[in-house]
Design a protein around this ligand. Structure first.
Ligand SMILES: [Fe+2]
Ligand SMILES: [Fe+2]
Length: 265
């Protein structure tokens, strides 16, 4: 990390759901104001911009997102956005469904996990090599992030499991082998955090929709990445901030499964 910039700030917002009956515009505009004040290096939106993938929903979402003052904006598709062939509008208004962002400190590989008109998703084996290559070609010791809309690992209080990608095991192995430090997900509007091997799996809640489970409130994430450690903040528009500070970064990664040794009986 350069001497001039000791910290990379990433804001993650998810599950905006423009067009949904329970979409609350003031939550989104407030979150964007709060994010602009933080002056993040990167803003990533991990899918479900819309309710049904309709053109007017996409256009309205784009208008709401226009005030974001960050030049590095990464936008992903969610299952709702792929309804009604909405991914064509996404490609026209927001760009590629598979993208990579790289600078000297961070690499983000963002993949589309949605399937047309299905609520469940997958990354697909045809994309594993691309994911591995993008991380392999990244700057040495850059903080590696893999982003997708669906869950990679089950999240409590999200009902009976049908929210992880169909190929979760293969994706996990691909990104652990690639030395990924953090996964960013969205989807079921329940913010959560797991650590698997040397990787943090960060799930964002919904920023602006009241389709909520139990006592959970709308929120978004802000992640501060430094050379040796990471802070993860969950911010509630108009309200509190929850944070975990100083999570140690693991530079040398190893898979526990690789430690098996074979012994003769
Ligand atoms: Fe959603
Ligand atoms: Fe979703």
């Amino acid at each position: 990390m350069s001497e001039s910039k000791k910290e990379t700030i990433i804001a993650q917002i998810s599950d905006i759901h423009v067009g949904e009956q329970h979409f609350i515009p003031s939550l989104l505009t407030r979150a964007i104001d709060e994010i602009n004040e933080l002056n993040p290096d990167i803003v990533i939106i991990t899918g479900d911009l819309t309710a049904n993938g309709f053109r007017m929903e996409y256009e309205t979402a784009r208008n709401y997102l226009a005030p974001i003052k960050c030049k590095n904006l990464i936008v992903q598709l969610g299952n709702h956005d792929s309804r009604n062939v909405g991914y064509l509008h996404f490609e026209e208004l927001f760009g590629e469904r598979y993208t990579t962002f790289k600078n000297s400190t961070v690499t983000i590989v963002a993949a589309d996990s949605s399937e047309p008109d299905l609520d469940n998703g997958q990354i697909g084996r045809e994309h594993y090599q691309w994911i591995s290559k993008e991380f392999r070609d990244s700057e040495k010791n850059s903080f590696k992030i893999f982003a997708m809309h669906h869950h990679l690992v089950s999240v409590p209080n999200t009902g009976r499991e049908r929210n992880i990608v169909n190929d979760a095991g293969d994706v996990l192995e691909t990104i652990v082998d690639a030395g990924v430090d953090m996964v960013l997900c969205g989807h079921k509007h329940v913010p959560y955090l797991w650590r698997i091997e040397d990787m943090m799996v960060v799930t964002a809640g919904t920023v602006s929709c009241l389709r909520l489970r139990g006592a959970i409130q709308p929120s978004y994430n802000v992640i501060y990445i430094r050379e040796k450690d990471v802070d993860i903040c969950r911010r509630y528009p108009f309200d509190k901030i929850e944070k975990i500070k100083g999570i140690k970064r693991s530079i040398r990664k190893a898979r526990l499964c690789d430690k098996f040794i074979t012994e003769k009986k």
